[in-house]
Design a protein around this ligand. Sequence first.
Ligand SMILES: Nc1ncnc2c1ncn2[C@@H]1O[C@H](COP(=O)(O)OP(=O)(O)OP(=O)(O)O)[C@@H](O)[C@H]1O
Length: 266
Amino acid sequence: MGILNVDNITMKFGGLVAVSEFNMELKEGEIVGLIGPNGAGKTTAFNMITGVYKPTIGNIYLEKDNKNINITSLKPDEITRLGVARTFQNIRLFKELTVLENVLIGNHLRLKSNWAESVVGPLLKDTFNIDSKYTKEEKHMYEKSIELLKEVNLYDVIDEKAYSLPYGKQRRLEIARALATEPKILLLDEPAAGMNPNESLELMDFISEIRDKFNSTIFMIEHHMQVVMGICERIFVLDHGITIAQGTPSEIQNNNKVIEAYLGVE
Ligand SMILES: Nc1ncnc2c1ncn2[C@@H]1O[C@H](COP(=O)(O)OP(=O)(O)OP(=O)(O)O)[C@@H](O)[C@H]1O
């Protein structure tokens, strides 16, 4: 049993079958790719796994503490709490906030203090200099965010506003914010989109580094073939919602159906 088990999921929008009977088992520590032409159903598959859409048919299971949890009907924030984080095709940062603040927001999900403690805690600190459970947690969160930013090589721009970063670093920050939620599985939606060749090469190293440093399992949508073929151990290919192939990069590159539907037209 893998860490994520996708069992025959189908997503219909009215008469359109966006994803049809998709099956996948992700093993811990793997980097797996999802490719296919525009409109093939890749983002819809991500949206089902992350709780944005509930599949019309089928189930999704997450392995946690040796239990298999059915996450099919859970909300996105519940799924994130269970250890699945994602990034988006179009970078979604809080552009007016600093690099550190963006990561602190991701970290916030792991706070254990309740709402009342978050109100009273800072008052106790300001008035009596007493460290409450909340202020201690907040300090810990701050230290963890700094540590994370060092790990992902963004420590030098910690106080910069997100919008002022070059594109490659914005992508890196978006991934760092996802990592701050302490995911077991990271879903990356076209991380190389808009990158120049140099940034794409850096990104490949960065994704491999993340897998090793954070013990992550990575599932990524990507059109940039050098990136996909360079770092994914296995690849799934969708076309019109149907899984037309799955296999290693070389199997996929030599698969006639894939060449016809996708690679041949690149
Ligand atoms: N909320 C929705 N309502 C209706 N149709 C949708 C919805 N979301 C996606 N679709 C349709 O489902 C199909 C698959 O779309 P999806 O965005 O998953 O493809 P994709 O493979 O991610 O494409 P791209 O590479 O262009 O991002 C498309 O025909 C799309 O128009």
